[in-house]
Design a protein around this ligand. Structure first.
Ligand code: GSH
Length: 219
């Protein structure tokens, strides 16, 4: 039986896993979570009451969390592209960069987006201000780091790049990456040109109208 992925194409964390799956051409069954299919959503909620997607189910076992799914795929469904290196020190670096993109790009980006869909009285302008400051700090740190690097940890595309791709994609829509961060902008461009992520982006195009802050007419 194929591994089953519960996901939505427009979700950044789902795109992180889809990028890993497409990198290796890993076969899987896609169960799309959408408002038109409440039964699939109920099935998913029963498996993972935390209700955050994606989740993978393989051999009857649920595997939550995008990073863990990618680690799991590397162990149980390996392909030609090794997204977690074998060298332990390199692996630490890949995991550190994966944490960086989750915690300091995606988390503040989502804070801005989720705040915008709250009602006026429920908004948290202080928190959004802090999130925007975090994004600026993260862009600055990443810009220095990406000087002379093709991918997040050097020459090889890894788990960290699977995280970077969707998070920088949406971060730029949410809190534009300024011209002063030329290395980050160039890295985002390289990620968009990577066929695995380009496919995930293309599959999500029909949903762009749902981006709460308004999707820009590019990318
Ligand atoms: N820590 C989770 C985060 C997953 C997550 O936040 N997914 C979003 C979609 S991008 C979600 O489930 N949103 C549904 C909601 O907030 O109700 C992971 O790494 O997979």
């Amino acid at each position: 039986m194929l591994p089953i992925l519960y996901a939505h194409p427009f979700s950044s964390y789902c795109q992180k896993v889809l990028t890993a799956l497409y990198e290796n051409g890993t076969p899987f069954e896609y169960r799309l979570l959408g408002p038109d299919d409440p039964a699939t959503f109920e099935e998913f909620s029963a498996i993972w009451p935390i209700k955050r997607f994606p989740i993978l189910v393989d051999r009857g076992q649920p595997i939550p969390e995008a990073t863990i799914i990618i680690e799991y795929l590397g162990i149980h469904h390996p392909g030609p592209v090794r997204l977690i290196p074998t060298d332990p020190d390199k692996t630490l670096e890949v995991r550190m960069m994966d944490r960086f993109f989750d915690n300091y790009i995606s988390t503040p980006q989502q804070k801005c987006v989720f705040d915008s869909i709250r009602t006026e009285g429920e908004r948290d302008p202080y928190g959004v201000g802090e999130a925007r400051k975090m994004l600026d700090a993260a862009y600055g740190w990443l810009d220095q780091r990406m000087q002379g690097r093709e991918w997040a940890t050097g020459d090889s595309f890894s788990l960290a790049d699977c995280a970077a791709a969707p998070f920088l994609f949406y971060a730029d829509w949410t809190h534009p990456i300024g011209k002063e961060f030329a290395h980050v902008r160039a890295y985002r461009k390289r990620l968009l040109a990577r066929p695995s992520f380009a496919r995930a982006v293309d599959e999500a195009r029909p949903y762009r109208g749902f981006f709460p802050l308004g999707a820009p007419d590019r990318d």
